[in-house]
Each structure stands twice: as C-alpha cells, then as structure tokens.
Design a protein around this ligand. Structure first.
Ligand SMILES: [Fe+2]
Ligand SMILES: [Fe+2]
Length: 163
C-alpha cells in the first residue's frame, strides 16, 4: 500500500522539468537579445545565453551523477512565461516600453529558475548528494547574479529611458 516514490524520484522529476526549461530559455534568449533596444540589456541576454548553455551541461552532469537518463519533461510554467514574453514583444514592438517589458519577462524566467534550483539544492543536500548540490548551487548563484544585474539595469537605464 505504501507508495514507493520518494524524494529522489521527486528530485529526478524536477531535474527533467528544469532541463526542459533551460533548453526553452536557450532558444528564447537570442530572440530577446535581438529585440532589445538598449545595448546593455542586449549584452545581458547574450551573456546569459552562454551561461544557460553551461546550465544545460551541468544538468547533464547531474543526471550522470544520479545514474539516470537525461530526459526532458514539459514544463508548462516556463512555456507560459516565454509566451507572455512573446506577447510583450509583439504588443510593444517599436515603443519605448519594449525594453522594460523584455526585462520584466527575463526576470520572471530567472525567478522561476531560482525557485527550482533553490528547492533542488535543498533536496540534494537532504539526500546526501553533495556533488549534485554543489553543481546546482553554482547554477543558482548565476541565476541570482543575472537577476541582480537585470534589476540594476532596470533601475539605472532601461526604465528611465521609457518613462
Ligand atoms: Fe539557467
Ligand atoms: Fe537563467
């Protein structure tokens, strides 16, 4: 009667979710960089694109460490966030509000990732998977740094230009 599924299964399911999400983000970032008007915002998207490639590779290392196949599982949350970003790009194309809209969409992506990686780091530690926890925490740091950089861009240039 007891359900055999446990925390390590939950970690594996969440890894598949974020693996899918990272790959979606990887294909969205070049389009966001192209759409961005401010050079600083465009550069931030390009830099994060190369970091995101590393996030995908780190996840593949994690799958190897836990001895399970690197599989993707549809993440509806990221699809929704990316879809909303596309709407902003269309609705505010050619306006000064485009960059703040793009930036806000990118922060929604980062916050989703921060939430997922934060949870997975905690689970990996609980499970005694120290190496896994370390890899995930490295990515978490980069997501947090990107979020902070976006906030700084919003406050210093992007929003002011659109006001
Ligand atoms: Fe990422
Ligand atoms: Fe990210």
């Amino acid at each position: 009667m007891t359900d055999p599924r446990n925390l390590s299964d939950l970690l594996y399911e969440t890894l598949k979710d974020i693996y899918f999400a990272e790959k979606q983000i990887l294909s969205a970032l070049p389009k966001m960089a192209e759409a961005a008007q401010s050079p600083g915002l465009r550069q931030a998207f390009r830099t994060h694109e190369s970091q995101t490639e590393t996030h995908v590779e780190r996840l593949e290392e994690v799958f190897e460490l836990i001895g399970k196949p690197a599989q993707q599982k549809t993440c509806n949350a990221i699809l929704g966030i990316i879809e909303e970003g596309k709407e902003v790009m269309e609705e505010f194309k050619g306006t000064q509000a485009l960059d703040p809209g793009l930036l806000a969409g990118a922060q929604a992506v980062e916050h989703y990732e921060i939430s997922r990686y934060g949870t997975m780091v905690t689970w990996a530690k609980t499970l005694g998977l120290d190496e896994v926890a370390e890899l995930l925490a490295t990515t978490l740091d980069e997501e947090e740094a990107t979020d902070a950089l976006l906030s700084e861009l919003a406050e210093t240039t992007v929003n002011a230009k659109a006001a």
